[in-house]
Every structure is written in C-alpha cells, then in structure tokens.
Design a protein around this ligand. Structure first.
Ligand code: NAI
Ligand code: MG
Length: 480
C-alpha cells in the first residue's frame, strides 16, 4: 500500500513558559523538597524537561498541616456557592491555558497532541465546570440533609492521564468541601505543577490544594499520614492492595481505581467498519495506557477473519511518531519501565502460542516506542488474555453464542469496563446486564463524561468517580 506523505505539522513549544526546576506546592507557594530531586523527561526523545523536587516525610507533614489549617480556617467555613466560584474560575483558566497545557502534557507524557488537545484538556475543564455546579447543591443531591466534608484528602494519581486524573480527584473533593494533598506520578509531574500556577492565578486560598511530587515512597508516606481523612488512588492493583492494607483499621475512607482487562464484544450483526474504529479507539487510544482499554477483543467466530483483515488494514494507516505532531495517532510509551513490561508480556504471548502481528511502522531511534500489535488465536489461559498489558497490544479471542461471549468476558479478575457491538438493541441490553463491569459501552468505546460515574468491580477497585456518585466518596455518611 502507498499513501500520500504527510508534511510534519508540529505544535510549537514556544507557548510553554517552563521553569528549569520545580519545587513542591505547599500552602500556596512553591518550596524546596527534602528528598532527592529527579528529572522529568520527554519519553519521545528522552530529553530533559525539568528538575522536580521530591517530598520527604517532613514535607508531607507540612503539606497535610497546611491542608488541615485551610480546612479548619477557610474552606469548611466557606459557603458552597463561594467554593463553586473558585471551581468555575479554575475551569475557565484551564480553558484559557488549554493549548499550553496540551503541549506540556504531550511533551511530558508522550501522548499525541491530538488527544491531549481534543480529549484530555477539554475533559479537565468540563470536570471542574461540572463539580463547580454541585458545590452549592449538596443539600439537594439526595445524599442526606446537610452533608459534611471528610476533611483532608490524600490523593495519588498515575501517569497515563496526568491532568485528567488530577481533575477527577480534585474537582469532587473541593466541591464537597475537602482540602487536598495530591501526589502526581513521577514520570509526569509537569502539568500538575503548571496547574499549581493556575491555582495561584485563581487566588485559591493557600493550603486548599497542595501538590507534592516524588516517587512511590512519597505516596506511601502520604497514605500513612495520621491526619489524612480520605485516601483516593488510581494506579496498579499491587499498590492498591498495599494502600488497602495501610488504611485498614484506621478512620480513613478509601477509594481505589485499579487496572482492567476489558472485553470488547463484536457480534456478527455489528456494523463492521464502525466496530473496527471502536476497536482501534478501544485499545490504541493513548498507546493503550488506559485502565478501561478494550484489550480483549471477543469476536463472533463467523466474522473473525473479516474483522481481523479490516483491522490490520486500518492499523497500517496509523502514524506513529512525534507526539507534538498534529498528524500523529500513536505517541511514545510513557517510560522505559512500561516499555519493558509491554515487551515482556508480548514475548510471553508469542511463547504461549498466540500469533503475533505488528503494524509496519518506522520506530524513531530515541525514546520509548511500541508499534500497534495484535495477537490472534489467544486462549483464555494465556497471560496476554489475563494480565493487564497497559500498552498498544490487543488479544483476540472468539465466541459462538452470546452465553459464551458473556462467560468469556467475565472470566477475569478485573471488572472495570466492557464494550458491545451489535445492531440489536435488545441484545445489547441483555448482554450488558450480565457483564460484571462498572462501565459498559454500546457501539462506542472510551467515552467519558463528568456526569457519568466510573469505577470497577472485583480487582478493578471500589468506589465511583464522576457524577453525583463521585461526591459520596468525599462526604460523611453519604451513600450513593
Ligand atoms: P503504580 O501503581 O506504581 O503508580 C501509580 C501511582 O502510585 C504513582 O503516582 C506512584 O508514584 C504511586 N505509588 C507507587 N507505589 C506506591 C505506594 N506504595 N504507595 C502509594 N503510592 C504509590 O503504577 P506503575 O508502576 O507506574 O505501573 C504499573 C502497572 O500498573 C501498569 O503496567 C498498569 O498495568 C497499571 N497501572 C494502572 C493504572 C490505571 O489507570 N488503573 C495507571 C497506572 C498503572
Ligand atoms: Mg515525563
């Protein structure tokens, strides 16, 4: 096949106004950290972006104390209406600085600018707008009379959607009247620190939001701090377990959003071209670094060959490369460690007997890259059918009847999301009803809306984020 070449269309980095080094954001100011600082790099070429402070135990103490003071003196005394005003202001500033945030996100994370510009950053603004609207309506949300905030929330977020996960955590916590200490992931701290500047611009009272950078140990210290009332975490199941143990027997409330191994089920009556787009969006969006990714394709046996042919054709047109180029579909893998994990699981897939197909892409010399890959002939017992790869790797299984599709879809320790492709509404509803997954998409995939609750069953975690349900995680005694 031959295609017209696309001329490079890089988004300019000139809009960024980065500092050479960033401190911790505590009590409204940037301050030094006691831990050993680290460098954040661009995964697309391994170039240095900035030096980042690391918070030690003393810094976490300072941050939690600042959050506690702000909670007692300011935030819990303020009316919901006034808290809402700050959230609206933050949402508008995110929109004003949208291009800058998108460029910074793609630079630090490796995701295509097309995604950070059209998905991540607009959703960040919509999350703040949505929860801004709730701040003065908590009494009318059906969550009990006059619901009260929990106090200080410690929040730990991952690297796959750095700014969006920040928004998912901060917006409901602040709307409900809590103050926060937030720890971004160590490979993607940049947009959280630019966001700290936005908080200054918004005149948010000092200490209401504190941002502490650092690695896993910083997160572990925050989780264990005795004056934290609520822990919210998104990340790996292993760390989720560690956190659940650390808070067991304490007064702390906890919500965990962990991994997934979602089934994307394609029935023989599905519109195939539309389904192929949905499969691509399901697993190759954000390089497959998506907890709710459609990483297991369950396709009805009679249409298997046709679906796979069309899918391979489609994947051959995807452009892999510079995340800042507006034509790029597949960006860089976020870190060397994640790339190693994806390679290892893919090699195991091959060794276990599945058939590997990889899109023909030119891989850049520097940086971390993995071309879109499909495994066919996958069996339910294979590691690539069971473990979360968290990369651009699709495992394909087949089924013959709806009952078999449901049984295979539910045959996983996870339960975060699923997809169904069919022309028949009644079949979609009947199957959706029997899938053990927090979110089920029908004839679409990877759609997010602030009004819609999101969260898992089983090892995918507990609690819901988004919507009215998302408020309950930050209010005393509120039941969804
Ligand atoms: P991770 O769970 O180690 O990192 C997520 C966040 O937790 C980061 O901010 C990290 O600094 C922090 N953290 C690490 N150890 C901690 C501890 N003991 N206590 C408190 N906080 C801690 O995830 P990692 O190692 O980056 O990725 C490993 C795998 O986890 C991925 O391959 C993927 O399968 C899964 N993952 C799932 C995510 C999701 O959205 N559900 C997000 C990131 C990773
Ligand atoms: Mg980085």
């Amino acid at each position: 096949m031959s295609f017209l070449e696309y001329a490079p269309a890089p988004e300019s980095k000139a809009i960024l106004n980065l500092r050479d080094s960033y401190g911790l954001f505590i009590d409204g100011e940037f301050t030094d950290g006691g831990g050993k600082s680290f460098t954040t790099i661009s995964p697309a070429d391994e170039s240095r972006i900035a030096e980042i402070a690391s918070a030690d135990e003393h810094d976490i103490d300072r941050a939690v104390a600042a959050a506690r003071r702000a909670y007692e003196k300011t935030w819990s005394k303020m009316s919901g209406r006034d808290r809402g005003k700050y959230l609206f202001r933050i949402a508008r500033l995110v929109q004003e600085r949208a291009r800058e945030l998108a460029v910074a996100e793609s630079l630090d994370n490796g995701k295509p600018i097309k995604e950070s510009r059209d998905v991540d950053v607009p959703l960040v603004a919509s999350w703040f707008f949505y929860y801004a609207g709730w701040a003065d309506k908590l009494d009318y949300a059906g969550l009990g009379a006059n619901p009260k905030a929990l106090g200080v929330a410690g929040q730990i977020i991952p690297w796959n959607f750095p700014l969006l996960m920040l928004a998912w955590k901060l917006a409901p916590a602040l709307a409900a009247g809590n103050t926060v200490v937030l720890k971004p992931a160590e490979t993607t701290p940049l947009t959280a620190l630019i966001f700290a500047e936005i908080l200054q611009q918004a005149d948010l009272p000092a200490g209401v939001v504190n941002i502490v950078t650092g690695a896993g140990a910083t997160g572990a210290t925050l989780v264990r701090h005795p004056d934290v009332d609520k822990v919210a975490f998104t990340g790996s199941t292993g760390v989720g377990r560690d956190i659940a143990k650390a808070v067991a027997g304490t007064h702390k409330k906890v919500t965990l959003e962990l991994g997934g191994k979602a089934a994307n089920i394609v029935f023989d009556d599905a519109p195939i071209d539309q389904a192929v787009e949905g499969i691509v969006n399901g697993i190759f969006f954000n390089q497959g670094h998506v907890c709710c990714a459609g990483s297991r394709l369950l396709v009805q046996e009679s249409i298997h060959d046709e679906v796979i042919d069309r899918l391979k054709n489609r994947l051959s047109t995807l452009r892999l490369g510079d995340p800042l180029d507006k034509n790029t579909d597949i960006g860089a893998i976020n870190s060397a460690a994640q790339l190693a994990r994806i390679r290892e699981l893919s090699d195991i897939g091959e060794a276990e007997g599945a058939e590997r197909w990889t899109a023909d892409c030119v891989i850049p010399e520097k940086g971390f890259w993995f071309a879109p890959t499909i495994f066919t002939g996958v069996e339910a017992s294979h590691r690539i059918a069971r473990d979360e790869v968290f990369g651009p790797v699709l495992s394909v299984l087949t089924f013959r009847t709806p009952a078999e599709a449901i049984a295979k879809a539910n045959n996983t320790p996870y339960g975060l999301s699923a997809g169904i492709w069919s022309d028949k509404g009644s079949r979609i509803l009947a199957v959706a009803d029997r899938l053990r997954a927090g979110v089920v998409w029908a004839n679409t995939f990877n759609r997010f809306d602030p009004a819609s609750p999101f969260g898992g069953y089983k090892e995918s975690g507990y609690g819901r984020e988004g919507g009215r349900h998302g408020l309950t995680a930050y209010l005393k005694g509120a039941a969804a």
